[in-house]
Write a protein that binds this ligand. Structure first.
Ligand SMILES: Nc1ncnc2c1ncn2[C@@H]1O[C@H](COP(=O)(O)OP(=O)(O)O)[C@@H](O)[C@H]1O
Ligand SMILES: Cc1ncsc1CCOP(=O)(O)O
Ligand SMILES: [Mg+2]
Length: 269
């Protein structure tokens, strides 16, 4: 039986999980604040000396390749070993994976380790699915709808959940799919909000029975908070603090009444 976003937000707030975030230098501080505002404990622990051990005490692990390098790569591989050994979910954010041969090689290695959830923009998901991508560095430039079929194939290939984010988000586990509406056109003008959302997917995965439900809940929480913040802000600069306030203020009851989660087709059927 599926767990609703409001049930999972209540679980998150009742017993806040510890989330190990291996993320990029740009996102480190922003993502930690997003998780704290949402009611979760972040820990940005990535060095190979300790990342495997730490993964066993965290509720979930998130891996983001935004500012990739050999030490980071070794730290991520070790942490994934630790998370899997402890039976914990891990989430991949394939930042700019289409951009260089090094990124393509590293994401191929990470995909072989079966992430529980992948969260990326449409350009990144198209690239992971082996299709042409118009991504410009870390910024997506493709429509979510163009990446939906690729997301389904990718989810089936990894045996996990794929979330494609943009103006309207799409989430699939290869069998089920939904679209999530909301958010704000100022979100892509704030760096690292996608990376931070990936960390929030980890938080929900730590408390959920099912990774699909967890991903839907994380994206719904973000979409509701983003829409609320948009109503109080004057542009991308003032949006950022209002967004943190809104992530904190959203209650299970608010999520139940304001989240827009619509059933979608699984393409190809
Ligand atoms: N035009 C938009 N309108 C509303 N929400 C958006 C829009 N573009 C992105 N978002 C939201 O911003 C968040 C980050 O998504 P995205 O920008 O796709 O990630 P990334 O930063 O990795 O490229 C998601 O919650 C997504 O729903
Ligand atoms: C600007 C930048 N450069 C390398 S990682 C990064 C942050 C990307 O964040 P997001 O994908 O959430 O926009
Ligand atoms: Mg991104």
């Amino acid at each position: 039986m599926s767990q609703t976003p409001e049930t999972l937000l209540a679980a998150l707030r009742a017993d806040p999980p510890l989330v190990q975030c291996i993320t990029n230098h740009v996102a480190m501080n922003i993502a930690a604040n997003v998780l704290l505002a949402a009611g979760v404990s972040p820990a940005m622990v990535s060095d190979p000396e300790e990342s495997e051990e730490f993964a066993a005490i965290a509720g979930a692990l998130t891996v983001n390749i935004g500012t990739l390098g050999p030490t980071f790569e070794a730290g991520a591989q070790a942490a994934i070993r630790g998370a899997q050994g402890a039976g914990r979910p891990w989430v991949l954010d394939p930042v700019a994976c289409q951009a260089t041969a090094y990124r393509r090689q590293v994401v191929a290695e990470l995909l072989a380790l079966h992430p529980t959830i992948i969260r990326g923009n449409a350009s990144e998901i198209l690239s992971l699915a082996g299709e042409a991508s118009r991504g410009q560095g870390v910024d997506g430039r493709d429509d979510v709808s163009a990446a939906e079929a690729g997301a389904v194939r990718l989810a089936q290939a990894i045996g996990g959940v794929v979330a494609v984010t943009g103006e309207v988000d799409y989430v699939t586990d290869g069998q089920r799919a939904v679209r999530i509406e909301g958010g704000s056109s100022w979100m892509p003008m704030n760096t690292a909000l996608g990376c931070s959302l990936t960390c929030l997917c980890g938080a929900y995965a730590a408390v959920a029975q099912d990774a699909f439900d967890a991903t839907v809940a994380a994206l719904a929480h973000y979409a509701v908070a983003g829409a609320q913040a948009h109503g109080h802000a004057n542009g991308p600069g003032s949006f950022a603090p209002h967004f943190l306030d809104a992530l904190h203020a959203v209650t299970p009851a608010v999520l139940a009444s304001e989240a827009v989660v619509l059933d979608a087709k699984v393409v190809p059927a």
